[in-house]
Design a protein around this ligand. Sequence first.
Ligand code: SAH
Ligand code: SF4
Ligand code: F3S
Length: 439
Amino acid sequence: MAEAKKLFIKTYGCQMNVYDSQRMADALGNSGYVPTERAEEADMILLNTCHIREKAAEKVYSELGRFKPLKAANPDLKIGVAGCVAQAEGEEIMRRQPLVDLVVGPQTYHRLPAMEAAVRTGNRAVDTDFPEEDKFDHLPRGPRAARGPTAFLTVQEGCDKFCAFCVVPYTRGAEVSRPVDRIMAEARDLVERGVREITLLGQNVNAYHGAGADGTWTLARLIRALAKVDGLERIRFTTSHPNDMEDDLIAAHGDEPKLMPYLHLPVQSGSDRILKAMNRKHSAESYLRVIERLRAARPDLLLSGDFIVGFPGETEADFDDTMALVRAVHYGQSYSFKYSARPGTPAAERATVPDDVASDRLHRLQALLTEQQRATQDAMVGRDVSVLLEKPGRLPGQMVGKSEYLHAVHVADATARIGQIARVRVTKSVTNSLAAEPV
Ligand code: SAH
Ligand code: SF4
Ligand code: F3S
């Protein structure tokens, strides 16, 4: 048997890309590729890219430049660009970086084996279609190797919301939900391979409306069905839009014990004027009302948010509204960004806020968010939490995992095993993690 070819994938961007990278590795497994962690020994390098902000896109080109010596050392090495930069820039990538053999968008990676064969015969291949067929349908079932205790599962893709700043509707295409039976089958397979926690993924995951045997299912119904799968202990989902936070999903946070008390619910701004300019289609007030209802259902829910500062037209008063909203919600986790103009989006045409002003606002916002994150974490000390153990810690007799609230927890217990859910008492809060002992 010929020696296996080696595949090196580097992943940028959101969790959906992490999931896609795994599926790309599955697809190329059929063409004889095994994964490697070392680019130097690869026969194929794939960069699974992100186009969300300018810096993310530029990183791809600087990374590609670094592969030049590898290609010189191994003329058989093939280099591919996948993901959202591939979708946005297509063939342009090959013009800018002639090292690239293959460009594949996020909706066509099931065609990778054929593209790989084409580049092996010396051709270049570009595929950035939004095909009719379902990419998930065409993927081979990967080798049923054991998996770690946590996994992502994409249930919904694309976005029809068209926020004025965002490239996702263009790079990922229209909203599509995967059918219920496929998701259930994939979840059962993951559980058989050792997975105990599944995070359901979608750019707008709570807009899920997949075909079930008896009509269209909501995300809440899907979660309740998944909760009945034996061996699956925890369910999470991300990312949600405030406008799709329906009653049944809010209720599930209150009465479905396997649904973890953590919710990422981006708001972007606390100013109604800016929210309107962003085309978010919700107000600060309506967002706060959703949070209120969620907390009524699940009082200990840990909330996470995304924020953009320096959106075109943002004044100091608008920024104050964002700070006020953050104070009103009190986030346990958050991600905040300086606005980055993206070619092709409506906001890119508008006058920008000076960079020093935006940077200053970002610093002030991040100081507040960090303070809230720290306070939320510190408040865990003395409480009992459940930790799904994922790997050994750095110290002997220590294991690391995540609590219900997604805090990283170091558990001092020499008898603990990976995949076990340990009931522990939090003893200490340090930067970005908690320490705990068995109860
Ligand atoms: N689908 C998700 C995530 C979109 S991208 C959602 O709707 O929330 C993740 C985050 O990146 C966004 O929530 C937003 O805060 C940020 N983002 C998107 N486009 C951006 C841009 N042009 N500049 C700066 N941040 C951006
Ligand atoms: Fe982008 Fe808005 Fe869609 Fe989220 S909801 S992916 S921010 S367009
Ligand atoms: Fe980036 Fe595409 Fe995800 S632009 S954030 S990788 S959907």
